[in-house]
Each structure stands twice: as structure tokens, then as C-alpha cells.
Design a protein. Structure first.
Lengths: 285, 339
């Protein structure tokens, strides 16, 4: 399958409001719109490619998961990275979005016998009023690190606590899953996509033993989870650490017909982006 | 076991003490101005619920045939209806019994097509993994979908509509649910039978956690845990009102389910219209007391029959498959004492 075909499939799936749904013909959502704008930037296509993202609805400076819904912190973090990479300015102002993200956090809980982890640490949750999990913390941490470097309002304590949370949730054998490394005395398994996103968020902390173990896990398992998202995120993370990605990209090319048939536009766009090099800086610190 | 004189006739197998315990929460809620459910919305429970148990010694069985026989015997009429199948695909690890086997899922799809369904859609929305493509390819389901031209949708990513909850155990007014499922005419639960380290057992009713969209609520779906797993199971089933269930108990899971447990061969496919009756039967099959599971006890008040005398066995007798599953220490209180 050609990269150009993937781009055409994505362009055909764009909604009249300028956004993308998770599936063609479905309502526009923030995550697939972010990945599609990022992947298609620079391709021959509509002049207003990023218009939907620039005007995406928000509440208190936080982007809504979809029109009329509530903010989703993980996708807000992803959107900040995409706005920056594509040189887009949200109507609220990217600085406003960035500062709003630093104000929100997951709720803390008392430690529990069911799991060996520090529940007092507060990173980012998916949505308001819930616990901090690995993926939203990783996306929001990466966005905060990347786009608040020169902001006097940069909350250094938030960054440090989010890093501590990610280190606390690392598997003993390396890598990360959704956010529990163990449960009821059993060690759980790592996932490639969450490991990749977390490594991108922690690329400036490479000397941390948990990061080293996570990177070793990813190098070993980068092609074991066959899906567009897993392979694409693995390639992006390895690229951020200046490691070879040819094998992963080859596996991704092989996977594309399945991904295209499954039809998830977020997955297709992530794959398309990872197979290009134009915005390789999007997730690099 | 309570004596007959201690029983109270409410369509369940509850003793008077158990009944009073079960309604105490409802009364407390009512005292606070909130009823947990309006009986008028649900109507009387059926006098008798049929549960079919069909033998399938392993996954080499012809599941289109096994399930097709069950549909006929249980009087399922899906002619011209849009059928939605909800399998359990929470995680993938090679060689484990975590998910509904793809051969059972596809067998069901083909059986419903043969029974005259207008369309069959398969959908799932895992609570931990959010990479559906990986789960569908890893489990081998993708090849069957392609070969049989079956449509699959990730329920975590479908369009959503807010639906008012028809019972009030979670204390929420509404939940977002996937449109693809809501637009179907005939919703079929297709779980893997497993022990569950929080709910005791996961089967027909618990599997509807997978219909709550992660893109709206996150992964894991915290909202279902913070409002109580048992409460969430009941509210989801009261609201979605699934029409039928097909339980993959060919190889089930015991011990620390739903993910870290051990595979255990049972050789059975359990089916029925009444999900409470089917789950109660599955619990008894693996040596657990359904009355001790809060979600089944609550659901039996208004969603289905739990009392063995109100369950009519079809297919094979329960005794053919009855066994005793290993459970974690905190769940040993659920065991049936007579085994």
C-alpha cells in the first residue's frame, strides 16, 4: 500500500466541519482530528487543513473531546503538540491552552493493598475528577515540557510530580501499560503504545533506570504488537531516542492493508505521520 | 440453605433475611428521595426462563451449528432485525483464555445470518487496551472478519448518545453509549466465562462494561469503578436491555480472573434470553452461589430470574458441566456449600 493512498483515504474521510471522526462518516473528534492534521500537513489538500483544530471548542482553556462534550486532558496535550508542530495558533491562544493544562490534575487516593504504587502522586487523568493514568500523563507531560520552556508560568513542580508518577508505574521488567504495574500481587505486562508515549515524555530523563529499562523493552518488542498505532508510536519513540526505525517502519508498511480495512482514522493518520519525516520534531524535546 | 418457610415469593431464590438485606439499600435510597429502579419500567419477571447448555468439547466444534441449534430451540426470531454482537476482548496474551474465542464469535454471526438477520455487527470497547486493531489481529478475529465480510466497530471510538439510566444504582442520571449498539434491534452479549477478582464472576452482564466509550470516559473506565462495579453492571443491563446471551464456556478462566487467571476446560456454550438466569446458571456450573454476588442479587429483583425453580434447562443437563472453579481467597465466600 502506498503512503499516497493512505493520505487520500484520510482526505476522503474529512468531515464538512473540517474535522475527522474515528471512522469515516462519524462525528469529528479531537484525537483523530489531531493526528490527521499532523499527518496531512504538507500534503496536497485543502488550504484550511488545520482550521478545525485552530477553532476547536474549549472550556476554561481546555479542548473538548468533541463538540458539546467535556475536556479530555490527554487529547488536549496531543493537540498542543500538533498545534506547535504545524505552526497553528488556537483561537484561545496556545499559551492559554498550555497554562490551562498545567492547572488540572488527576485525583489522589490513599494507598491500597491491591496494588504496590504511590496513589498520592498526581499526574494527569483522562477526564476531570478521575485518577491519573499513564497515557494522559505522558501526553500532557510531553506537551508541557515542549511548549512551556520559555513561559514564566511553567510549573516545574507539576513536571517533576508527573515524572515521579511515570517512574512509579513502570514495570519491573521494563515498559508501561495503562497505569498499574501490578495487581493483587501479580506483575502485569507492558504495552508497546503506552511504553512508546511514555518514553517520548521522558526522553530528557534517559539516565533514569526505569527509562533505560523501558527503552530496552521497546527495542525488543517494537514489532510484536501488530497494529498501525503500536508500530507507529514505537517508530516515533525510537526516532526520538535516535535509534534505528527501519525494521519498525517495514512492519508498519506490512500492516497498512489491515489498518486501512479496519478503518480507524486515528490509527491510519498515526501511521501516515510515522512513515513521513517532515515533522519528526513534533514529539522531540 | 434457608427453609421453605423462610423464603419469600418475589421471583427469586432469596430467603426473607436476604430479601430484606437486598431491599435495605433501595429503602435507604428511597428515604433520600431516590428510587433505585421503577418496577413499572420493567414489568413482571417471566414465570420461567429457558437456559440452553450445549456441548462443545473444544474449539474445533462447528459453532454455527451449535449456536444455530440453540437459537432454534430457544425460539430466537431475528428475521429482518439488525443484530449486534458484543464479545469480550479485554486483553490479548497468546495461550490464555481471556477473550471470547473468535470461532465462537464468528459462528454466532453466521448463525444469526442464517436465521435471517438483516445485518450483523460485532463491537467491543476494551477497558485497558485501547488498541483495538492489535486485539482483533492478535486474537485472530481479523482473518475471520475478512473472510466472512463481517463488520467490526471499536465501541471506544464510535459516535455516542447520552442515554438516561433506567435504574439508579450508580447514582448517575445518564451515560454515553455507542450509537452502533443503540441503533441495533437485537443486542447479544457474547462473554467468556471467567472468575473476576472484584465481581466474583464475569459473564453475560459484566461484559457490558465494554460498551462504555473510553474516548469519553478514559481507560480504564474509572466512572464504572468509582460508582461501584456491581452498581454499574446492574445499571448498564437495565439501560441497554440486551436481548440474548451466548457464553463461551468451552474453555473458561478460573483463579485470578478476568486477566491473570488460568484456563479451565468446561466444554459448554450457554445461551438464553434472560441474562440473569444464564449468569446464575453459569455461576452454579462453576461452583459459585449467584445469591452471594451483589449484582446478580440486585438484578434478580427486576431484570431476570435467579431462582433455579424458575429456570428451565434446555440442551444438556447442568450436571454434565458442573465443576468447582478455583477462586482467589477473597472470593471463597461465594462458593456453593453443597459441592
Amino acid at each position: 500500500m502506498e503512503i499516497r493512498e493512505l493520505a487520500q483515504q484520510l482526505l476522503r474521510g474529512r468531515n464538512a466541519d473540517g474535522g475527522w471522526g474515528y471512522y469515516q462518516g462519524k462525528a469529528s473528534r479531537l484525537e483523530p482530528t489531531c493526528w490527521s492534521v499532523l499527518a496531512l500537513d504538507g500534503h496536497a489538500g485543502p488550504d484550511d487543513l488545520g482550521a478545525a483544530l485552530r477553532t476547536w471548542p474549549s472550556k476554561d482553556g481546555l479542548l473538548l473531546e468533541r463538540h458539546g462534550a467535556e475536556p479530555n486532558y490527554a487529547f488536549h496535550g496531543l493537540a498542543l503538540l500538533v498545534l506547535g508542530a504545524c505552526g497553528l495558533e488556537h483561537i484561545e491562544g496556545n499559551v492559554t491552552l498550555s497554562r490551562a493544562l498545567q492547572r488540572v490534575k488527576g485525583v489522589a487516593f490513599a494507598d491500597s493493598w491491591i496494588s504496590r504504587q504511590d496513589n498520592s502522586l498526581q499526574g494527569w487523568s483522562w477526564i476531570a475528577g478521575t485518577f491519573s493514568w499513564v497515557e494522559p500523563t505522558a501526553w500532557c507531560l510531553l506537551a508541557t515540557k515542549k511548549w512551556t520552556g520559555n513561559d514564566v508560568h511553567r510549573d516545574r513542580a507539576r513536571i517533576l510530580e508527573a515524572e515521579r508518577l511515570l517512574l512509579d508505574r513502570a514495570m519491573l521488567t521494563g515498559g508501561w501499560n495503562y497505569g498499574n504495574s501490578n495487581m493483587l500481587g501479580q506483575e502485569l505486562v507492558a504495552y508497546v503504545p503506552t511504553t512508546a508515549v511514555t518514553l517520548m515524555a521522558m526522553q530528557d530523563r534517559r539516565s533514569e533506570p526505569s527509562v533505560e529499562r523501558g527503552l530496552a523493552y521497546l527495542v525488543k518488542h517494537a514489532t510484536t504488537e501488530r497494529s498501525a498505532s503500536a508500530l507507529a508510536l514505537a517508530a516515533l519513540a525510537l526516532h526520538a531516542y535516535d535509534l534505528p526505525v527501519d525494521t519498525v517502519r517495514a512492519a508498519l508498511m506490512e500492516q497498512l492493508p489491515v489498518s486501512a480495512a479496519m478503518g480507524s482514522q486515528a490509527a491510519i493518520a498515526t501511521a501516515l505521520f510515522a512513515l513521513q519525516t517532515g515533522h519528526a520534531h513534533a514529539f522531540r524535546l | 440453605m434457608p427453609s421453605d418457610s423462610e423464603r419469600i415469593s418475589i421471583g427469586t431464590d432469596l430467603s426473607r433475611r436476604q430479601f430484606l438485606s437486598a431491599i435495605s439499600v433501595a429503602l435507604a435510597a428511597a428515604a433520600c428521595g431516590r428510587q433505585q429502579f421503577d418496577p413499572g419500567l420493567f414489568g413482571p419477571l417471566p414465570d420461567l426462563s429457558s437456559v440452553g447448555l450445549y456441548a462443545a468439547p473444544d474449539y474445533r466444534a462447528d459453532f454455527k451449528d451449535v449456536i444455530g441449534r440453540g437459537l432454534t430451540e430457544l425460539g430466537v426470531d431475528v428475521r429482518g432485525r439488525r443484530v449486534f454482537l458484543k464479545p469480550n476482548m479485554v486483553e490479548y496474551e497468546s495461550g490464555t483464555a481471556i477473550n471470547t474465542n473468535p470461532l465462537v464469535v464468528v459462528g454466532a454471526a453466521l448463525a444469526f445470518q442464517a436465521a435471517g438477520a438483516a445485518s450483523v455487527v460485532i463491537g467491543e470497547g476494551p477497558g485497558h487496551r485501547r488498541d483495538m486493531e492489535y486485539l482483533v489481529t492478535g486474537t485472530g478475529l481479523y482473518e475471520h472478519l475478512r473472510e466472512n465480510r463481517l463488520h467490526f466497530i471499536d465501541l471506544n471510538q464510535d459516535d455516542v448518545a447520552y442515554v438516561p439510566l433506567r435504574s439508579q444504582f450508580m447514582g448517575l442520571d445518564r451515560l454515553a453509549l455507542p450509537v452502533e449498539m443503540l441503533q441495533s434491534d437485537f443486542i447479544v452479549s457474547m462473554p467468556k466465562l471467567k472468575t473476576h477478582h472484584w465481581a466474583g464472576m464475569t459473564a453475560s452482564m459484566k461484559t457490558f462494561f465494554g460498551t462504555v466509550p473510553g474516548a469519553v470516559y478514559g481507560w480504564p473506565k474509572n466512572i464504572l469503578h468509582t460508582h461501584g462495579i456491581d452498581n454499574s453492571i446492574v445499571d448498564l443491563n437495565a439501560t441497554i436491555r440486551p436481548h440474548f446471551t451466548i457464553v463461551d464456556a468451552v474453555t473458561a478462566m478460573e483463579g485470578d480472573g478476568p486477566i491473570m487467571g488460568r484456563a479451565r476446560d468446561v466444554g459448554c456454550v450457554a445461551m438464553g434470553h434472560d441474562l440473569v438466569a444464564v449468569d446464575a446458571t453459569c455461576a452454579r456450573m462453576i461452583g459459585l452461589d449467584p445469591l452471594q454476588m451483589p449484582y446478580l442479587r440486585d438484578a434478580s429483583l427486576f431484570l431476570g430470574n435467579l431462582n433455579e425453580r424458575r429456570i428451565e434447562q434446555r440442551g444438556e443437563p447442568l450436571s454434565r458441566f458442573a465443576t468447582r472453579f478455583d477462586v482467589i481467597d477473597s472470593m471463597k465466600k461465594l462458593r456453593l456449600h453443597e459441592l
